[in-house]
Design a binder for this molecule. Sequence first.
Ligand SMILES: [Zn+2]
Length: 279
Amino acid sequence: MKINILHAGYCTSPEHLAIEDGRWKTIHFPAMFALLRHPKFGAMLFDTGYSYRFFDETKKFPKRLYRWMTPVHLKEEDLVVNQLAAFNLRPQDVSHVFISHFHADHTGSLCDLPKSRYVYLPHAYSHLRNLPPEEDMKHAFLRGQIPTDFDTRSQEVDMTKPVLLSEEYTPFKTGYDLLGDGSIIGVELPGHAHGQMGIFARDDDDKLFFFVADAVWLKRSIVENRPPHKMANMLFSDPAVYRETLGQLHTYYKTHPNTIVVPSHCEETISQLNHSGGK
Ligand SMILES: [Zn+2]
């Protein structure tokens, strides 16, 4: 499998919110997505970053507040479809999108991928399916970014069939074999949002990647086992569980130094991998 770490736009926010002892400085939060080119399943994505739909969907109050809280920067060339073109891929070539969770900065381009199957943990979406529109903001959810045929194209992860993970994944004990061939292993990373899913994937050079979505915003949180500012707790589905997940990631990081751990919004991590990724 070939793996490329890309991002579609970024937002800005103060660093001191993202990590406990952070500076009072505004930093960039790239909206990472990964292109996974699989020998059998072809092009697949992990998340989709922002698209111009974010601006369409946040024109009016109260959703306009979303723009103020996280000012978004996006250029034409950042769009997922345009970045796919650079790999000679058309939107309809994307066979699967693994959706970590349904915050708006992860779902921006779902509508642009007409043939994709959507793979996610069932409870990541079940509470949003019948949500009253006025509660969207509370869940950082923009329903206009969800395709109208989303349910028919969904391939929810069958959580009744977990796989036991080898020591290679300790302390994560169970996961989900998302394609049935062992190439993409999903693990639940709860606390940030309901049913948040991270994935493990190995590339052709035998490098193991662990995409941890928003389980942390900055890689340094994992390295130092240091959570975000307490104020961020109000954004999380379960702050206590968030802390447990962070502890597990820290343990994993310490015991598996060769794995490339990728938080979705860590600029340092994303820019390093962008440079060394190549095509
Ligand atoms: Zn999120």
